[in-house]
Write a protein that binds this ligand. Sequence first.
Ligand SMILES: CC(C)(COP(=O)(O)OP(=O)(O)OC[C@H]1O[C@@H](n2cnc3c(N)ncnc32)[C@H](O)[C@@H]1OP(=O)(O)O)[C@@H](O)C(=O)NCCC(=O)NCCS
Length: 170
Amino acid sequence: VVSLRSQLRKDDLPRIEQILRANRTAFNDVEVATALEILEAGLTSHDYGFIVAEDAQGLLGYAAYAPAPLTHGTFDLYWIAVDPRRHGKGVGRKLLRAVEQDVQARAGRLLLIETSGRADYSRTRQFYESAGYARAATIPDFYKAGDDKVIYARRLDPKEEDRTPPRAAA
Ligand SMILES: CC(C)(COP(=O)(O)OP(=O)(O)OC[C@H]1O[C@@H](n2cnc3c(N)ncnc32)[C@H](O)[C@@H]1OP(=O)(O)O)[C@@H](O)C(=O)NCCC(=O)NCCS
């Protein structure tokens, strides 16, 4: 049984580092170091949100996100990673849904995700697309020549009908 937790603990960090390093096709050393800096900062700051997925064996994956500076209600997903031995079993989807719920609880209305357009990221892009994210922009050659940045977006604001107050009983 996979459960979720939104409180990041210091003793999660070594296991998260293992998971990031195990996903070495997705994250290079600099990216792992950046992810760890965000986690360290998150232990003492409330600016970031974290969701951790775990089961009886321990931590399986995590997601990190934060409000986008200078916006009203836009959030960025910074990082999502699942233990490669557990890929394709719904853990990533569970994490992403929990992020969306927390973003909505913080009055967020738009969640953005940046990823690479490289061929070896096609499963990652497929993951976002099947989770309801639309390709909002592509910046050609952003990461390096031939490596585009693809920005995915999902609107999380309540639908018009949900915003209409219930009619008073006659
Ligand atoms: C992308 C990632 C977070 C998805 O988590 P997950 O638990 O494997 O995904 P789920 O099981 O919830 O969803 C499965 C869908 O994700 C996609 N997917 C992406 N990577 C996959 C992988 N390695 N194995 C299986 N499915 C994968 C598929 O489209 C799959 O759909 P399908 O089941 O219809 O084939 C995870 O694969 C991962 O950590 N990848 C490496 C790190 C990464 O790329 N992070 C994002 C950086 S921008």
